[in-house]
Design a protein around this ligand. Structure first.
Ligand code: GDP
Ligand code: CA
Length: 314
């Protein structure tokens, strides 16, 4: 079964890791948000792409979900000591990755190629790709003005109240090589439990991508459980934008893109409202506490996708 997954960082990477364990090699493409990317200390940093690569290579930090396991912080300590910017945490091993990526990008290689080369070097068989090789940058409109994404997310710890988002460059961006073909051949598209506003929306803002996904069976997994995000500001964003944060709100958000929606047991009462949107629902344990949970949830999502209407190809 050919599957294309859309993912941001930590939540997306967890389910993508489960999917990678359930599917044969070559059957999974993960399209990753690059709206979070930025230039820092002269380096090209791609937080979501790196979280997905590190997680699938099984070298991610089990504590934070981002960055690397077995990390040290000597370079950052030196930067801090010298009075440089230390608000964005970059470990020593991680820095090596960014240095080499920046060198390759500067020599003219596209980000998708660099990512594929890095994955190959790490022995990751999954096709992980940035949504685009073109520069797309997320801006957050807030009560303290318009902030570049990492200023809002890391430096200000998501404290400003959000009023909206802008994905600079998205309208002229092109899907990275292979994405449209993979979407055309996919048996299903899975929207991972990533932040709908700032992880999934930038991917869907790449021209052509949303329409190509909509041609296939699209199933989303709710990142909100019991009205709360497992991690990060997703619920806070819904509230600040005047929407009651809930799994149902996420289903409504994706709207007619979806044929299936996965929500947690604690939100089971919302399943009839999801169904009323014309979207079939699966109620299960949507929390991924450990690696076994990732694989279990991924298999349930795949089985669910297979049962959905129009599944003649299975
Ligand atoms: P970020 O770039 O690291 O913020 O990455 P994502 O957007 O991919 O992940 C953040 C989202 O993942 C949050 O909205 C979380 O609620 C969601 N998330 C994290 N872990 C889980 C989990 O175990 N289950 C579900 N359903 N959602 C999760
Ligand atoms: Ca992110």
């Amino acid at each position: 079964m050919k599957v294309v997954a859309l993912a941001g960082g930590v939540g997306g990477a967890r389910l993508a890791h489960g999917l990678a364990r359930c599917l044969p090699e070559g059957d999974l493409m993960v399209i990753v948000n690059t709206g979070d990317d930025f230039e820092h200390l002269g380096l090209a940093i791609c937080p979501d792409l790196d979280t997905v690569c590190y997680t699938l290579a099984e070298i991610a930090s089990p504590v934070t979900g981002w960055g690397r396991a077995d990390e040290s912080w000597k370079a950052l300590e030196t930067i801090a000591r010298l009075g440089g910017p230390d608000w964005f945490r970059l470990g020593d091993r991680d820095l090596g990755w960014h240095l080499e990526r920046t060198r390759r990008l500067q020599s003219g290689q596209p980000l998708s190629q660099v990512t594929r080369d890095f994955c190959q070097a790490l022995g990751v068989a999954v096709d992980i790709t940035p949504m685009s090789d073109d520069k797309v940058r997320t801006w957050v409109y807030t009560d303290v003005g318009e902030l570049p994404f990492q200023e809002y997310f890391v430096r200000r710890r998501c404290e400003p109240r959000v009023q909206g988002f802008r994905f600079e460059g998205a309208e002229h961006s092109r899907p990275a090589p292979g994405i449209m073909e993979a979407l055309g051949q996919a048996d299903c598209v899975i929207i991972c439990p990533s932040n709908p506003w700032v992880s999934v929306a930038p991917i869907l803002a790449v021209p052509g991508l949303r329409a190509a996904a909509a041609e296939q069976r699209v199933v989303a997994v709710s990142p909100l459980i019991g009205g709360q995000a497992v991690k990060g500001p997703a619920a806070k964003m819904y509230t600040e934008l005047g929407i009651d944060p809930s799994a149902l709100a996420v289903a409504r958000h994706y709207g007619d893109l979806l044929v299936g929606f996965v929500l947690d047991h604690v939100d089971a009462a919302q399943a009839p409202d999801v169904n009323a949107l014309g979207v079939q629902s699966l109620v299960t344990d949507a929390l991924m506490r450990d690696e076994a949970d990732r694989q279990r949830l991924a298999q349930e999502v795949l089985d669910f996708a297979q049962t959905l209407a129009g599944s003649a190809i299975f």
